[in-house]
Write a protein that binds this ligand. Structure first.
Ligand SMILES: CC(C)(COP(=O)(O)OP(=O)(O)OC[C@H]1O[C@@H](n2cnc3c(N)ncnc32)[C@H](O)[C@@H]1OP(=O)(O)O)[C@@H](O)C(=O)NCCC(=O)NCCS
Length: 196
């Protein structure tokens, strides 16, 4: 049974990007980064990703129920370059995070920043116990991102993911509220030291 939790904010600002709900007009920009086979390699989406798939993608996000599935478009310099999603299961007091970023921006810590801001909001505003994430074991960038956020590997599911002709292992990560509080405190301390 779903509990009546307040909705998370639709607009979140981080140091380098703006997070806001997807709009129908974003399809061209989504297509510009999702047409890259490397981006969708480990995602359960149509491959190759066509222009019409981008229309379906944004329409799905626009129609999504914000109380149970928040999906933020990640905007940089006024352009949509990725997304962060949070599926909220209030009856389990748990949420699952997902993310993707245009390849031309990889390796700059941008998505770590965006996901971190979403987790801050989720733990800050909702009585969630744990936030989880799922990746294929081969998705080393995604796994590194989760570990940078202090997430713990909780499971390895062998040959769990069928993607076209590939059969892949899946890993599950999680971070508990108290772990996140410690992580956030250490992060603030680090920032203070950098400034002083
Ligand atoms: C996963 C993704 C969002 C990461 O974005 P990003 O902006 O590159 O992430 P970050 O820069 O914050 O962190 C990536 C880390 O992976 C590391 N990395 C890159 N290539 C690596 C490799 N081959 N092996 C190990 N680590 C690697 C980077 O060095 C970086 O770590 P560092 O900051 O300690 O140097 C991006 O790669 C993406 O959109 N992938 C496609 C969609 C996807 O797979 N989403 C996740 C589904 S679970």
């Amino acid at each position: 049974m779903s509990e009546d939790w307040p909705p998370l904010p639709e607009f979140i600002q981080t140091l380098r990007c703006d997070l806001r709900p997807f709009r129908t007009a974003d399809a061209d920009e989504v297509y510009a980064y999702r047409r890259d086979a490397e981006i969708v390699r480990y995602l359960q989406v149509a491959q190759p990703f066509r222009r019409e798939d981008a229309d379906v993608f944004v329409a799905t996000q626009v129609l999504s129920d914000w109380r149970t599935r928040c999906v933020w478009a990640v905007e940089q310099d006024g352009r949509v370059v990725g997304g962060v999603s949070l599926r909220i299961a209030s009856w389990k007091r748990r949420a699952e995070v997902g993310y993707e970023l245009a390849r031309w921006l990889w390796g700059r810590g941008l998505m770590t920043e965006a996901v971190s801001a979403v987790i801050d909001e989720a733990f800050g505003r909702l009585p969630i116990i744990k936030i989880t994430a799922t990746a294929t074991a081969a998705n080393v960038r995604s796994i590194r991102l989760l570990e940078k956020l202090g997430m713990q590997r909780e499971a390895l599911l062998r040959q769990h993911w069928v993607h076209g002709r590939r059969v892949l292992d899946e890993v599950r990560y999680g971070v508990l509220r108290e772990e996140w509080n410690q992580f956030a405190a250490a992060r603030s301390e680090q920032l203070r030291n950098q400034i002083s």
